[in-house]
Design a protein around this ligand. Sequence first.
Ligand code: PMT
Length: 342
Amino acid sequence: MATSPQADGESGTVFSAETYFATQPPPSSLEQDVARVKEFLQRQLQDGRKVVLVTSGGTTVPLELNVVRFLDNFSAGTRGATSAEYFLKAGYAVIFMHRQFSLQPFSRHYSHSTHPFLDFLEIDESSQSATSASSPRITVRPSEEPQLVEVLSTYKAVHRAGTLLTLNFVTVNDYLWLLRAVSQEMSILGRSCLYYLAAAVSDFFLPRQKMSVHKIQSGKGSLHIEMDQVPKILKPLVAEWTREGFIVSFKLETDPNLLLPKACQALARYGHQVVIGNDLHRRKFEVVFVSPKSSSSSASQPSAYEESWLRIDLNKDPHKEIEEDIVAELVKRHEGWIRNAT
Ligand code: PMT
């Protein structure tokens, strides 16, 4: 039986993961998504591939059941989509669980805001299309061809190999249900699975039972909404759903002084393998890996953790992506994790 949410004097109601799942309804697509995940994992298991779950993009918190307004979390999905490509390159199969319409592997190179696809296509009036004699041919601007050939051939090869599965979420509720289901399925892989939790997950939400059915009306002065705390989902992920997986979470801060203490705090609380700390304004060229010291006897002491900074020089190489080095480092650590299984 579900326990009731606890009232907490400072921050309203605190849901445990158990209470959350007992009181909030699953998304309608969950069963179908789980069937796709099962089929995907069976194939990767047969092929002996390691699997990484990449979460990417921000979750929303709807304020109404017929949703017109919602709170959003910052994330374009660049970190997740870019990292997914490097994991595929390293031989992993990837479950890419992302916020609907955020960036995706491969298509991210042609984002409508930074590199619109239509801008590098040209209409060649002098020749005819292969399928219709009345239409002219479409060609790619020559300067764009080398990159397009590279991206397209990798994209097609990944499709042929069947090593990328894409799942969508929008709300924090979709995210929590999906993360639980996918991680429970992935646990069949034991130490061969890696979790790369780059999504920006809402910390507060409105339980369904407290939501207004229709659009909240204006005209009555200011709006007061009391939100409840989303359960810290890393806790059951590590302790119950996937005990052998190699789990990497991210910590985003805007105050650089908080980055290391918060990363250590997360490791002490959840007992997982790595926290990658990133400062909002420096995240494209600097991150810090924080992990338990291998020889440490007490993981609850701050001194029990070691930090390792990873930096790239974008002045020297403006096309370098820090995710390439992040993934290379994690692949190495994950191999060690698999080797150390006794
Ligand atoms: O997509 P980009 O624009 O490139 O940006 C990438 C990024 C900056 C969003 C990414 O690199 C990043 O830092 N993501 C994590 C953002 C963050 O700090 O989220 P958080 O504080 O809400 O969560 C920290 C960790 O706790 C996360 O790994 C999350 O999985 C976990 N968490 C969060 C909320 C919750 N209720 N339960 C959790 O377990």
